[in-house]
Design a protein around this ligand. Structure first.
Ligand code: FES
Length: 140
């Protein structure tokens, strides 16, 4: 093998390795999924007697505030979770009873933020809630 052949063989070999690495990389990630941003720390209070937030006076309703989905479940408990799905960043919803489905790819989260159904594999951050009169404090 002369020098020219050696260089050609080396280039072909390195291109094959690079192509293989790209193929493996693309196979290891779900299509169009990118990591969701990490959940922020929050500390805010909303007044559920105001028109902006009074949906929370009824069991089964929910709303969004400061990147948090706040739901009143079918038992009347307040649940606050980070609203950004851990799969690829879509905004989760509330099913009116006790689960938080993501409309994009079918993930479902429990009231604790745990994954009930993938493709998401990480839980949603859960925040604390405390109702005093009509003031709902959300923090964590
Ligand atoms: S973004 Fe894919 S399931 Fe939520």
């Amino acid at each position: 093998m002369n020098r020219r052949d050696f260089i050609q063989q080396s280039l072909l070999a390195s291109c094959g390795i690079a192509a293989g690495a790209l193929a493996l990389d693309s196979c290891s990630k779900p299509s169009s999924a990118s990591p969701a941003p990490s959940a922020p720390t929050v500390n805010f209070t909303i007044d559920i007697s105001t028109s902006q937030y009074n949906a929370l006076q009824v069991n089964g309703n929910y709303l969004y505030a400061n990147n948090v989905i706040i739901a009143r479940d079918n038992s009347g408990n307040f649940v606050a979770l980070y609203q950004v799905c851990t799969h690829a960043g879509c905004t989760v919803q509330f099913n009116g009873t006790n689960q938080f489905p993501c409309p994009c790819h079918g993930s479902v989260f429990s009231e604790s933020g745990a994954v009930l159904n993938g493709p998401a594999s990480s839980p949603l951050k859960k925040y604390n809630t405390q109702l005093t009169g009509t003031q709902l404090h959300v923090w964590g």
